[in-house]
Design a binder for this molecule. Structure first.
Ligand SMILES: [Mg+2]
Length: 513
């Protein structure tokens, strides 16, 4: 950029200088020519020569001038293109990050003391799956469509693309309530299906907003606060807006603290795994589910429902996932005939190296792949991109079983089962809890079990808490059973003890039979 500007200045100086030189030479010649009438004839020859020299110089200068003009017009076009690229984003046509920040900074300085502005941060939801499924052209289309939507919904707003799928925009706004309403209206507008490549595409975005000057008057803080609000909107389920408040700051600090402690807990081996039996029709243990436990010395028992989402929002989930798998498969050496179920999170499956990681841990522990089941939550199924399906298939090709956990909670129905490579489903505990309460619930579980059975999937009933639920689940056609009624999750030593006792009893029964 600086080079272009200096070239521009050099060119301009030359251009300005050249006419002056030409004019002074032409002036000298004209003066000489006019003197020609009064001077002596012997002076005419040198004057004529001077005139001829001036003419040659003039012609050369004119040529040079034309060349310079050509160079300069090219330079101006290049410079304009460069400035354009510096200010406006190629894909979306809104301001680049740098230009946006400069514009907002100027806008904040020019703000009158009683003027309120709303600073919005926006993240498009699910850009990566969109790119994975439909290619980068669809992703680019979505980004430019979002920019266009912001522009149309908020005329006159300063709009910038901060990078990737992140946008920000600033506009005058009376108060936070109005800003939230505008944000909600925008989400609805964006949710209208739009046609691209001959198919309808439904987009959504999460937004965070912070009011200036109510919460801050500084640009850096406005960006940070809007971002914190944005993540709150994402955590609350995306496709919505959240306004920043101080409580969020405390939440963030808390999350950062837990993240730091979790990192240390993995290193210090503070995490533990408990195992819950899954039994067959005859009550014998067929499998155990590995459940992660964290007993923090300072905070006591921290629920996986708290720390797993925190781990998922960072790369920590990969480390945690590998730790759980390695520990569970190592523990499984003392439970030789049992299958081990390990939960896998959606963010682990979004990474390509998950297949290599599982293969590596199986190799290191010597655990037979046939005796490993990976449990996915139904939300994974809903977000399953072709890449995720490919990874699941690669895992199944190794002989590993795949199970769909919490089935029935994500409105997925059976449609997902048709294209998702799975071997079993676990009917969610909420259905099992209602067994016996009404005929509808009984029929519903029977229907789930019979469709799954027809697709040759095993059906696990989870969350069985009493004998009547067990009997009804059996009658409904479920094949495997898990819940407090059979056994609670227990530490490794207890599960090994239970396994040995059961094993001895089974052998005795076989001998006496
Ligand atoms: Mg599970």
């Amino acid at each position: 950029m600086d080079r272009v500007i200096s070239l521009w200045n050099d060119g301009r100086d030359l251009l300005h200088g050249a006419p002056r030189t030409v004019l002074s030479l032409a002036g000298a010649w004209a003066l000489a020519a006019s003197l020609g009438a009064t001077v002596q004839p012997w002076l005419l020859a040198p004057i004529g020569l001077a005139g001829a020299v001036a003419l040659v110089v003039l012609a050369r200068l004119a040529r040079r001038l034309r060349a310079l003009e050509g160079d300069l017009s090219q330079l101006t076009a290049d410079q304009e293109a460069l400035i354009h690229r510096h200010v406006l984003d190629d894909i979306t046509g809104v301001m680049t990050r740098r230009a946006f920040l400069e514009a907002v900074s100027a806008r904040l300085s020019a703000r009158s003391s009683d003027e309120a502005l709303a600073f919005f941060a926006l993240d498009m939801d699910h850009l990566k799956p969109l790119n994975d499924s439909f290619g980068h052209r669809a992703g680019d289309f979505a980004l430019s469509y979002i920019a266009q939507c912001i522009d149309q919904s908020f005329p006159g707003a300063l709009i910038g693309r901060l990078g990737g799928d992140e946008f920000a925009f600033v506009l005058p706004c009376a108060n936070e309530r109005v800003a939230l309403r505008l944000g909600r209206d925008f989400c609805c507008e964006l949710n209208r299906p739009v046609m691209t490549g001959g198919r309808p595409l439904t987009l959504s975005a999460s937004l965070g907003v912070v009011m200036v000057p109510e919460r801050t008057v500084y640009l850096s803080e406005a960006m940070q606060f809007a971002d914190i609000a944005l993540y709150a909107a994402k955590r609350a389920g995306r496709n919505q807006i959240a306004a920043f408040d101080e409580e969020m700051m405390r939440d963030l600090k808390q999350r950062r603290l837990i993240e730091r402690e979790l990192r240390a807990a993995i290193l210090l081996n503070e995490l533990d795994i408990h195992y819950q039996p899954i039994t067959g029709h005859d009550g014998r243990t067929i499998s155990v589910e590995a459940l992660l436990r964290w007993q923090s010395p300072s905070r006591g028992n921290i629920s996986p429902a708290v720390f797993i989402p925190i781990a998922e929002s960072t790369a920590l989930i990969d480390q945690l996932g590998e730790w759980v798998l390695r520990r569970a498969l190592s523990d499984a050496r003392e439970l030789p005939d049992l299958n081990i179920s390990v939960n896998v999170s959606a963010s682990q499956l979004r990474r390509d190296d998950v297949v290599d990681m599982v293969a590596r841990v199986l190799r290191e522990t010597g655990h037979p792949p046939r005796q490993l089941t990976l449990e996915l939550t139904e939300s994974v199924a809903i977000q399953a991109t072709p890449d995720i399906c490919r990874r699941l298939q690669a895992l199944r090709d190794m002989g590993i079983l795949v199970s769909l956990d919490d089935f029935g909670t994500g409105f997925s129905g059976f449609d997902y089962l048709r294209h998702l490579p799975v071997d079993s489903i676990k009917i969610d505990r909420s259905y099992i809890a209602k067994l016996g309460e009404s005929d509808t619930d009984n029929v519903l579980v029977s229907a789930l079990a019979s469709v799954a059975g027809a697709m040759r999937l095993s059906v696990v009933a989870e969350g069985i808490e009493n004998e009547s639920q067990l009997l009804l689940a059996k009658a409904a056609g479920c094949t495997l059973f898990q819940g407090y009624f059979m056994a609670r999750p227990m530490p490794k030593a207890a599960i090994v003890q239970r396994y040995r006792t059961e094993h001895a009893r089974n052998q005795q029964e076989t001998v006496s039979a």
